[in-house]
Design a protein around this ligand. Structure first.
Ligand SMILES: Nc1ncnc2c1ncn2[C@@H]1O[C@H](COP(=O)(O)OP(=O)(O)OP(=O)(O)O)[C@@H](O)[C@H]1O
Ligand SMILES: [Mg+2]
Length: 256
């Protein structure tokens, strides 16, 4: 049995003539935490959108848990076990916190098919427990997402990710909008995921955070993967050199 959780082969996305993602070969092993770094517009979020079915790829293969997958949308990816915190947050503005946490997997109180009655009490209790576990503080769970600060929204999205057992967690700049304390909390959540053996892809511009949290760093530049570095064998300066293009790894220099 292979312990590769996610593998992409030649994953490519063109937006018209723009090669946002070009021939990405990527691998994540079970329990591994990998950071994706790269300048603005390097193709990091595009990569996530192809994996999670938010968009349909131009070409390439995605193998998840040993099977080739073609998710038609983010809910399908979720059902398969991929939890994602999207950079532009996929939260429902007009719903409160419990409804967002359970979006797409609502607890049913009475099952009448399309007219089922949801178990709001159960979802609220589970939400309180989840937020407690993740140390995320939301003053009023009944608030709709629309009335929350950017940081609070981000916290709800992260709590959702950490709540449900999943095979893979992807976080696209989860702390970009957060204050110092909230950032530390999110980093603790990521550490907990590591000790639980849950694999994570973390997209971050924060070098300190990346070196604190992950095992491996993959650098994107202009739609291509340009470096794949074990944290223990690289430095912040080297990573920056790959991000800016000052350095090129021989194994990635070929346009193949
Ligand atoms: N829907 C779209 N249509 C056209 N071009 C797009 C679309 N989405 C992204 N792009 C372009 O694709 C490129 C890669 O964008 P992407 O969002 O993947 O960058 P990123 O690495 O996530 O950057 P950042 O660090 O700023 O989040 C950019 O040049 C962007 O303008
Ligand atoms: Mg992005």
């Amino acid at each position: 049995m292979s312990d590769v959780i996610l593998k992409t082969e030649g994953l490519t996305k063109y937006y018209g003539g723009l090669h946002a993602l070009d021939n990405a070969n990527f691998e994540l092993r079970s329990g591994e935490h990998v950071a994706i770094m790269g300048d603005n517009g390097a193709g990091k979020s595009t990569f996530v959108r192809q994996i999670t079915g938010v968009e349909q790829r131009t070409r390439g293969k995605i193998i998840f848990n040993g099977q080739e997958v073609h998710f038609k949308g983010p809910l399908e990816a979720r059902e398969a076990g991929i939890e994602t915190v999207f950079q532009n947050l996929a939260l429902a503005d007009d719903l409160d916190v419990p409804s967002n946490l359970f979006l797409g997997r609502e607890k049913i109180w009475l099952n009448l098919g399309p007219f089922s009655i949801l178990d709001f009490k159960g979802m609220k209790a589970a939400t309180e427990a989840a937020l407690k576990r993740t140390a995320v503080k939301i003053p009023n769970l009944a608030n709709t997402i629309r009335n929350m600060s950017g940081g609070q929204r981000q916290c709800v999205a992260i709590a959702r990710t950490a709540t449900f057992a999943s095979k893979l967690i992807i976080m696209d700049e989860p702390t970009a909008a957060l204050g110092v304390q909230e950032t530390a909390q999110v980093e603790n959540i990521i550490r907990t995921l590591k000790s639980n053996g849950e694999p994570v892809i973390l997209i971050s511009h924060n070098m300190r955070q990346v070196f604190d949290l992950v095992d491996r760093i993959v650098v994107f530049r202009r739609g291509r993967i340009v470096a794949n570095l074990k944290k223990s064998q690289t430095t912040g300066e080297e990573v920056v050199a790959y991000i800016t293009g000052a350095k090129t790894a021989p194994e990635f220099s070929d346009a193949a």
